[in-house]
Design a protein around this ligand. Structure first.
Ligand SMILES: Nc1ncnc2c1ncn2[C@@H]1O[C@H](COP(=O)(O)OP(=O)(O)OP(=O)(O)O)[C@@H](O)[C@H]1O
Ligand SMILES: [Mg+2]
Length: 319
């Protein structure tokens, strides 16, 4: 089985191996420019071409595929229902869904039951994942054009939290912050239980653009510069650093609000930040985040975890 996540900059493809506790072959290719915006595939042909090429080149034999999608249009919520008969659950669920999905027929809605928080807890916990049909249909079409059998489409945070649990990192109350090229996703997990997630429209592209403007370079050169030269903490780049942090402060403020909301609702604090996604590799950023929140931040020691957890998670069923 193949697990695929199409990011704005990089597409992550991996093969799942049953015997393997972790995942098998891992491939990362550059996503062709402008094929995807906020999770919506806008240029099918370029995408098909790129993925077909990598599958061929690497002699991948898998014929089944799962996708994980990050989009601000996705909804993932866990609900608590009072104890009730099974036949009443559907109805209650439908009512709940209508509260936050205004036009339900435009969405694909999926739900599964979650284990109760405590042994004495009789409440029924349900996780609802939903994505606009418009987005899903494009992925169905993509699978057809790739001549792969579509097994599942999952929403990003659901995939991420399953994978995170599976690789044994789930202890404590953790905020996983995935800084990508176009977006930053934050997913809060309480001892392996999904709590909530948000997508913030900020990513490494903005940082590259700041460098390009400041040093009068084109985007590609600035991208290279960002990855190879130290900027944060360098006296000669003080101005760039300031502009980066000013721009990043939007993200930090939004994260602060998310953490405050979590505290207000559950009376619990985030104990650990885990940084994934290419954007978190910016030298000095981890320390800056740690210092801002006064919460320890970690980058997974295994590079694969930095990139492949969401693609891995969409291969995991019922876990
Ligand atoms: N060494 C590095 N230092 C700083 N930034 C880096 C480094 N390596 C990669 N990046 C940045 O990480 C970003 C890409 O990360 P990633 O591959 O996780 O994005 P993506 O998943 O394709 O994007 P999105 O999640 O927004 O769809 C780019 O902005 C890139 O410049
Ligand atoms: Mg990403």
């Amino acid at each position: 089985m193949l697990g695929i996540e199409i990011g704005n900059l990089t597409t992550k493809i991996l093969t799942g191996e049953k015997k393997n506790k972790f995942f098998g072959k891992r491939l990362m290719i550059k996503t062709p420019s402008n094929v995807i915006t906020d999770g919506k595939i806008v240029d099918m042909n370029s995408l098909v071409e790129a993925i077909t090429e990598v599958i061929k080149k690497n002699s991948i034999k898998e014929r089944q595929v799962c996708f994980t999608i990050s989009s601000s249009y996705n909804i993932l919520r866990d609900l608590e229902l009072p104890p009730m008969k099974e036949e009443e659950i559907e109805k209650a669920l439908y009512y709940e869904i209508e509260q936050y999905i205004p036009v339900a027929e435009n969405y694909v809605i999926d739900h599964r039951y979650l284990p109760p928080f405590g042994e004495k807890d009789k409440k029924i916990r349900v996780l609802i994942a939903s994505s606009p049909k418009e987005i899903i249909e494009k992925y169905v079409k993509l699978s057809e054009m790739l001549k792969l059998k579509l097994e599942a489409i999952d929403v990003y945070s659901n995939s991420l939290y399953k994978a995170y649990k599976k690789v044994g990192l789930a202890e404590g109350i953790v905020a996983i912050i995935d800084i990508g090229a176009a977006a930053t996703n934050v997913t809060v997990i309480d001892n392996g239980n999904y709590v909530f997630s948000r997508r913030i429209e900020f990513g490494g592209n903005k940082i590259t653009q700041i460098i390009a403007n400041a040093l009068n370079m084109n985007f590609q050169s600035a991208e290279e510069y960002k990855k190879t030269k130290k900027i944060i903490g360098e006296e000669r780049h003080k101005d760039i650093e300031e502009t980066i942090f000013l721009s990043f402060s939007e993200v930090l403020q939004q994260l602060s609000r998310i953490f405050d909301f979590y505290y207000a609702t559950y009376h619990k604090s985030i104990q650990k930040i885990v940084l994934i996604g290419g954007g978190s590799k910016l030298l000095g950023l981890k320390e800056y985040i740690e210092n801002y929140f006064k919460i320890p931040a970690f980058m997974p020691p295994v590079e694969d975890y930095l990139y492949f957890l969401p693609a891995y998670g969409c291969l995991l069923r019922g876990e």
